[in-house]
Design a protein around this ligand. Sequence first.
Ligand code: GLN
Length: 192
Amino acid sequence: MIKIGILNLQGDVQEHIEATEKAVGKMDISAQIFKVETASDVSKCQGIIISGGESTVIGKLIKEEGIDQTIREHNIAVLGTCAGMIILGKKTDYQQPLMGLIDMQVKRNGFGRQKLSFEEEVEIFGEKFPGIFIRAPYASEVGNNTEILARIKDKIVAVREGKCIATAFHPELTEDTLIHEYFIKEVLNCVE
Ligand code: GLN
């Protein structure tokens, strides 16, 4: 049985629980999906999701809890969406705690302010996915081992490095479970 933790520090946690449950149901696998708050909770999981929200707040709590260290020490796949993408990066244009699990520089609020939030179709994994962008970041630079999964308006909006995936958009706010299913496949690879 795989265990997927949704980091319950701040942000749209419940939506990720529902999207993950739906994806698991479609894939017909058995998984336990639950909220996690501490490094000890995280160490029991093979997959962790970091939701959208406020990256400064979530990043600070992750550091305080030592959650980034725990992820490094265990075989855990990570999906970071929006604020989660920012936190997974190595550098941003702002002074804030980051995990550095994906070699990329991220531009926060890269498409403008809250009122400039928008929806746009994203081509990813050979399919069209409804991208919801809310004060979304983009990756302004990526390292050699970082795979670019999607771009819109010439900007990088989804990446992967090893078992860490990041999207600038919010897959948990759509009915389409493509991204969560892809992530769950990565989680299955982490099961010994
Ligand atoms: N702009 C936010 C931040 O920097 C992220 C927005 C979001 O997650 N919807 O944290």
